[in-house]
Design a binder for this molecule. Sequence first.
Ligand code: FAD
Length: 491
Amino acid sequence: MKTPIRNIVIAGGGTAGWMTAAAFSKLLGKKFNITLVESDEIGTIGVGEATIPTLHIFHRLLGIDEQDFMKSTHATFKLGISFEGWLNGSDQYLHSFGFLGQDCWACDFHHFWKKGLGLGIEQAIGDYCAEHLAAREGRFSVNSQSDQNHAYHLDASLYAQFLRDLSERHGVTRREGKINEVVLCPTTGEISSLKLESGESIEGDFFIDCTGFKALLLRKALHVGFENWSDFLPCDRAIAVQSNLLNEPVPFTRAIAHPFGWQWQIPLQSRVGNGIVFCSQHISEDEAASVLRENIVGEPITEPNRIFFQTGLSKKHWQKNCAAVGLSGGFIEPLESTAIHLIQRSIIHLLQLIPRDKTMSSLSREFNTRIRREMEDVRDFIILHYKSTAREDSAFWRYCKSMDAPQSLTDKVNLFRESGMIFKKEEELFAVASWVQVLLGQGHRPSSYHPIVDLMTENELRSFLEKQRTRVSEKVKSWPNVNDFIKNYCC
Ligand SMILES: Cc1cc2nc3c(=O)[nH]c(=O)nc-3n(C[C@H](O)[C@H](O)[C@H](O)COP(=O)(O)OP(=O)(O)OC[C@H]3O[C@@H](n4cnc5c(N)ncnc54)[C@H](O)[C@@H]3O)c2cc1C
């Protein structure tokens, strides 16, 4: 007999758990009873404070007002990421969220820029992008007509609280307590309930595993295996610490390379999030902690939070009557702030594919295929930053430079170097502009440009490029200082 899905249980109340609860309750709450279990004693991972622009899609779907959200989470605007020292130790480039100049049907704008370089128009590619220029100049503006891309730096605990309020308003029941046992049905092998330390039992038809790296349901109870990607992405530890705010927040995340990994700085309205990501084969935890202490701006206001992680993904993200969302499904290190985006993608796929009864196994296959594809695309983009280094000053960077890359990435880099072409797959997260900025920043140069560019005379090309640059600089000049804007908008 077919059992309809009525009761959905979300295990875990970190960013993944509460994003899932908020989306399900707001969008399908009338159809399902939703319960979320979380343990105050265990708490959440406490990091995950830089986002990418796709979060707007999620917020729009949930009817979240930007000013309200930013006030509640002490958020600032983020226009990109500044990569410092990734190519040779003393370089800097910005991966901004914007588009790079006007393209045409045959090729993207950077082909025109490339020819311009050959003519002595030595303008940085970022000068053709409003978000890039605005990040450098510390300017920002948004209104109903704006077309620029922006993301946020936010306080992860406040964001979980914000989503919890929203979820509870839409009928989610929260249970506090430690899950002691995941009870399986002896005949089907499906999850039938979660048993809490208090003895309470929470029964459900469908379970969403948001228990973080523990993956209590999917990996521990249902024995789904893990595919390890640490050969490509060798960092496996992080230490995070918050510090007080000394300077005006900059509208970008800083990702500063060190001889054994890298360090982040994420400025919020009220404090700075700092952390160091490193490879334990190349530095001890205590040494990494001391490098972090020496390199943070301001005084630490929290104890260091030491985090162990493994890069890779669950071999399946949906098994029997359980799907994973968040760290329980896998993790790619936070260099491009992609984890919250992947949570959001899992939720959207799950909302589309939610089974009507327990027998629908083709839905789970589709879910597993989609998540793997999206995670592999993100993985390739992150590997690019490591693999394309010219650094040889440490064993860590020598390893990264010489390691094998996935064939999909090698093909993409070769295509760009040979022809300047980049093709974005339909569902791929990173746009051509992102690939171009990081490829150039990491030292790759296309050796040619598309022949259509030669249809412009030299004077036409000069005036085209000039017009693009002027449009961008005039637009950005009209925007106020980003921190003045925040004070009026959402302080
Ligand atoms: C170093 C680092 C930096 C990161 N930076 C970024 C970033 O800048 N941007 C970004 O997008 N992402 C980032 N991430 C990822 C981001 O932190 C996570 O994707 C996000 O916080 C979601 O985590 P989660 O909810 O899956 O897990 P968690 O926050 O760990 O939540 C797990 C939940 O499960 C509960 N739980 C666990 N066991 C039990 C139990 N036995 N009983 C009851 N409840 C239980 C916990 O109490 C908690 O509520 C980063 C990750 C790391 C490791």
